[in-house]
Structure formats: structure tokens, C-alpha cells
Design a protein around this ligand. Structure first.
Ligand code: FAD
Length: 457
């Protein structure tokens, strides 16, 4: 049965992906609201976040690139080293290769800065669509829509729900329960929490330490463990990734004592030449964090009028820096298709929406599986998780140009196939060695197929 109510999207979660959804949806003309459980969308703490070329293209389309420009930092080289004695094993210039291949390079940003700028750059009228302290606890579907219930008793009606509520997604849980006709608490643990914590990460922020280069990444390896310093232009971030042997899907809250323990265990490991963890830690700026790093990829990204994006469908180990970037591509594919559908059919029924969501998942799984594998392998290689990883990291990679071949022939082509918003112009696309497969249907002057294009639905 078709509805006469105007189409409305309810996004659950206003983290990085929810905020990005606000930018994209606000340009489509589709009515939407975002429900966020916290009292602010702003984050105080966080590490650095890498933005890949495919995401920078979307930021350009959204008019965000200029706003972010002053806060964008970069890396131009990396060193891999022994965490035991700081011996340099390899100099890596993959980032420069990526820039040559794709025009845009990889930029880095302090995560809280990215969150703040994504929020502050929204027009006031869009900010008002973000409702805070709205902890979603239930979703009831109907023939022609969805009703979302929050812990404060408020209800919100819409045509579809987009779950952008992260690793422990409530929308995913509620959706899975609806699909199986069960209560969420009666689902098996693997359905309740599909990701498994494989590493714990201790992290903090530092100034550029004496003797270390700016715009440089240092990755230290030791059996089952990796260390890291990422130096931007005027500040850096450090971390230690420790393998968790008893893989768990339960949430772990670490205490200050746990942080002291990790410092005791790993304090003598080198993060960079001349810098052990204990000495780096003594120079920290502000608080440090200790979190579990989960990994996983689900199937079944949707059910009827509910669909998931971002960390709710996948969690990559962060060494490769792809999680947020993949979530942005989710939004691009989903909203491109939704916008197109709504141009032809203002009141799509449940079956039509479900078909669209299934196609979205199919399209996204192609690169998601490859990126998950790349993220997983990168983490294990750096942490020498097996003898094979150790041999590869210590002897093969430093001596053979395998990285270059991989980025030229495998990963580069994968990046170049990332879609863009087909209905928004792109103002700058720097020259690249590998041609991008997708371009907006709109030229710089806003002309599509010879006619003026309206960048709205
Ligand atoms: C250490 C580390 C480094 C990383 N580095 C990179 C990197 O360099 N590059 C990269 O691309 N990615 C990186 N990532 C991954 C990236 O942070 C995530 O992919 C990204 O944050 C996912 O965004 P999200 O919006 O899906 O989830 P989140 O950012 O977790 O946001 C989810 C939001 O939903 C809200 N929420 C949850 N439940 C409810 C509910 N029931 N009702 C209402 N609201 C709810 C939460 O409060 C939160 O605001 C890194 C991750 C880690 C841990």
C-alpha cells in the first residue's frame, strides 16, 4: 500500500557518518531528522583520522573541502622499525604514490576537529534537525513507515530508518530481532554483537618530539604488538596496539590501572628512533585513551524499511585508516539510489525500498570485502602476528617493490572505482595517473546534458 505522507528519513546516530549524512541529505531536498543519544555531537578525545582521496572528492562536492582545508594535515613518508631496538627496516613513500595515482593524496585530521568542523559547517536550519539526548530503544515498522521510540518516551515517525549508530548499533540489533520475530535479548550473542575485539589500543597526543620528522609516520613491530607515531605538521599522535588473545565481543571499559599496566608491559618499546613509549608518554598533551579495537563485517544490511551504514555494518582495524572513508561511500551509494528512486516514485512501498537496500548492500560489498581484508592484513603484518607476517615485514617488503605494485595494480584501481554523488558538481579534480571511473553527471557550471541541473531532488 502506498502512503500519502511525505517521504522522511530518520537517521539514528550523529557520529562521523550521521554528520556526513546530514551534509549529503540536506543537499537532496529529502526531509530528514537525526537522533543522537548523547547531549552533544562534539568529541573531546580522539586520535588522528586519515581521509582518503575518494572521500576528499565527496567533501569537494559538498563544499566542505575549503572549510576543512586549514585543519587538513598530511603525511609524506613512513618508516617501519623494530619496536625492540628502533632499527629502521623500511622507508615507505606509499602516500606520495597514492597522491600521484589519484590526484588527491591522503590527508589527516585530528578526529575531534573533523567532528567539530562537520557540525559547524552545517547551516543552522540543518543543525536544528539533529535532536540530542534521543537514545533509540525501539523501532516498530508499519505498512507505510516506521516509528522510532526513544528512551525519553518520544516517538519519531518516518518512511525509513538509516542506522548510523556505530559498532554497538541498536538499530542493527532491533532490525535483526524484527527479522527473526524475536526479542533483541533472545538473539544469540553473535547476532547481538557481531564484532570481535582483536587488539587493544593505548593512545594519546604529543607535540613533535625532538629528533623526529614532521609529516612522518613511524610504525614499530614486535611479535603480537605494534607501536605508532603519526606526526603531522605541528603535532603528533602515538599509540600501542596490543593483541587480545581471548577474542571477545563484549564491551570492555578500561580503567586508569589498565593504562598503568600497559605502560609497565610496553614502556620500553620503541615508537620511533630514540623514543620509547615511557618517554613519549611523559610528553603527552592531555588525556590518554585505552580502547578495544573490534573487527568484523556483517551480512544482511537491511530489513524492510531499515538500512545500516558505517560502523554498524563493518569495523576495520584502523591501521589502514579506511573505516570512516568506507562509511562515506555507503552514504554516497545509498543516497544516490534513494534520490533517484524518489524522483520516479514519491511514495515508494516497503518492497521497493527493500529491493533498493539489497542492491545497495550488493554494490557496497564488492569493495568492502577487499578493504576489510586489506585492513586486517595490514594490522597483522605490522604486528607480526605470524611467522609469515614477520618474514614478509622484515625481509620481503623492504627488499621488493611489492607495496608499489599493490597500490598501482590492485588497491589503486579499487579506489578509482569509488562512486561520487552523481547529482552534485565537483569543482576540483587534480590530475591523476589512474583515471577515476565515476564523475558527477553535472559539470562545473551545473549543466547536465545541456540543461541546467538543480542540485536538489
Ligand atoms: C583508533 C581509531 C582510529 C581510526 N582511524 C581512522 C582513520 O584514520 N580513517 C578512517 O576512515 N577511519 C578511522 N577509524 C574508524 C572511524 O572512526 C569509524 O569508521 C567512524 O567513526 C564510524 O562512524 P559512525 O558514525 O558509523 O560511528 P560512530 O562514530 O561510532 O557514531 C555512532 C553514533 O551513534 C550514536 N548512537 C549509538 N547508539 C545510539 C542509539 N541507540 N540512539 C541514538 N544514537 C546512538 C553514538 O552516540 C554515536 O554518536 C578509526 C577508528 C579508531 C577506533
Amino acid at each position: 500500500m502506498e502512503t500519502e505522507k511525505p517521504f522522511r528519513v530518520i537517521v539514528v546516530g550523529c557520529g562521523l557518518i550521521g554528520l556526513t549524512a546530514a551534509h549529503i541529505l540536506s543537499k537532496t531536498g529529502i526531509d530528514f531528522t537525526i537522533l543522537e543519544k548523547h547531549e552533544t555531537v562534539l568529541a573531546l578525545q580522539g586520535t588522528t583520522l586519515a581521509l582518503w582521496p575518494q572521500t576528499l572528492r565527496i567533501f569537494d562536492q559538498l563544499g566542505l573541502l575549503k572549510a576543512l582545508e586549514p585543519s587538513l594535515d598530511y603525511i609524506e613518508q613512513g618508516f617501519t622499525l623494530s619496536a625492540k631496538d628502533a632499527r629502521i627496516r623500511m622507508k615507505d613513500e606509499t602516500v606520495l604514490l597514492i597522491e600521484k595515482n589519484h590526484g588527491h593524496g591522503i590527508k589527516i585530521m585530528h578526529r575531534p576537529d573533523l567532528v567539530r568542523l562537520l557540525y559547524e559547517s552545517l547551516p543552522e536550519s540543518v543543525k536544528s534537525l539533529i535532536l540530542l539526548k534521543k537514545h533509540v530503544v525501539n523501532i516498530s515498522p508499519s505498512e507505510d513507515g516506521v516509528k522510532v521510540v526513544c528512551a525519553d518516551g518520544s516517538t519519531h515517525e518516518g518512511s525509513i530508518v538509516i542506522g548510523a549508530d556505530g559498532v554497538r548499533s541498536s538499530v542493527r540489533l532491533l532490525m535483526r530481532a524484527l527479522k527473526r520475530g524475536k526479542k533483541p535479548e533472545d538473539l544469540p550473542q553473535a547476532q547481538k554483537q557481531p564484532y570481535v575485539a582483536t587488539y587493544r589500543l593505548y593512545f594519546g597526543e604529543i607535540p613533535i618530539l625532538p629528533g623526529l620528522a614532521t609529516n612522518t609516520r613511524y610504525d614499530g613491530s614486535q611479535d603480537g604488538l605494534s607501536t605508532q607515531i603519526v606526526n603531522g605538521t605541528d603535532r603528533g599522535w602515538y599509540g600501542v596496539y596490543e593483541k587480545i588473545d581471548s577474542h571477545t565481543s563484549k564491551a570492555t571499559r578500561y580503567t586508569e590501572t589498565d593504562k598503568v599496566d600497559i605502560l609497565n608491559r610496553c614502556g620500553n618499546l620503541y615508537l620511533a628512533p630514540g623514543w620509547k613509549l615511557q618517554d613519549v608518554n611523559a610528553r603527552r598533551l592531555g588525556d590518554t585513551g585505552l580502547i578495544n579495537i573490534e573487527e568484523g563485517l556483517i551480512d544482511g544490511w537491511s530489513f524492510e524499511r531499515i538500512v545500516l551504514v558505517g560502523d554498524a555494518v563493518r569495523k576495520y582495524e584502523p591501521h589502514a585508516g579506511l573505516g570512516y572513508n568506507s562509511g562515506v561511500t555507503d552514504l554516497v551509494v545509498l543516497i544516490n539510489d534513494l534520490r533517484q528512486l524518489l524522483r520516479d516514485d514519491k511514495f515508494p512501498g516497503t518492497r521497493t525500498l527493500q529491493d533498493l537496500f539489497e542492491i545497495y548492500e550488493k554494490k557496497r560489498l564488492k569493495d568492502t570485502r577487499k578493504m576489510a581484508e586489506f585492513s586486517m592484513k595490514t594490522a597483522r603484518l605490522i604486528a607480526w602476528s605470524s611467522w609469515k607476517d614477520r618474514v614478509m615485514a622484515k625481509y620481503i617488503l623492504p627488499n621488493l617493490p611489492l607495496n608499489k605494485a599493490f597500490f598501482n595494480n590492485t588497491f589503486g584501481p579499487l579506489i578509482s572505482e569509488t562512486p561520487v554523488l552523481d547529482w552534485l558538481e565537483e569543482s576540483v579534480l587534480p590530475k591523476s595517473h589512474i583515471a577515476w571511473k565515476h564523475h558527477p553527471g553535472v559539470q562545473n557550471d551545473g549543466v547536465k546534458g545541456g540543461t541546467k541541473s538543480h542540485n536538489v531532488l
